[in-house]
Ligand binder design. Structure first.
Ligand code: HEC
Length: 117
């Protein structure tokens, strides 16, 4: 009898690992989290983990205030030629770039909740 119970538990665990519940429900949330991670880790590798600047300039909302959304869009999509700023068009969809711009517009130096990510 114990053998059977153990088997059921084992199958259950494998099932749970293979098919995480609610994965589909969280699709939207996942996009946001991935973009935040990308922002702080990939963009952050040049612009600073807290986006306050490094090799590239700061990406906080104040620093980008002079840019229109369209300007930011083409900078991020196409990069800046002759500089280290790479194009992201092969990695990010237009929608993701727009979403990223929305996130950047909300980034302030004070108590950035993304700082510890
Ligand atoms: C390999 C380094 C590197 C990475 C990675 C990188 N950037 Fe840049 N970025 C730069 C540099 C350097 C500049 C300044 C280019 C110049 O001198 O005009 C820049 C400029 C910018 C600017 C214009 C800022 C301004 O004040 O003119 C924006 C917006 C920007 N990057 C966004 C991003 C985003 C969003 C990501 C991630 C998706 C990213 N960058 C990833 C190096 C990088």
């Amino acid at each position: 009898m114990h053998e059977v119970l153990r088997l059921i538990v084992a199958v259950g665990l494998i099932w749970a690992a293979a098919f995480p519940v609610h994965a589909a429900d969280k699709a939207e949330e996942t996009v946001e989290i991935d973009l935040l991670r990308l922002l702080h880790q990939d963009c952050g590798s040049c612009h600073g983990m807290t986006l306050k600047g490094g090799l590239g300039p700061a990406l906080l909302s104040d620093s980008l205030a002079a840019y229109e959304d369209e300007d930011l869009f083409s900078i991020i999509r196409d990069g800046r030629e002759e500089t280290a700023m790479p194009p992201w068009r092969d990695i990010l969809s237009d929608n993701q770039i727009n979403e990223l711009i929305g996130i950047l517009r909300g980034k302030t130096a004070a108590a950035d909740p993304g700082e510890n990510k």
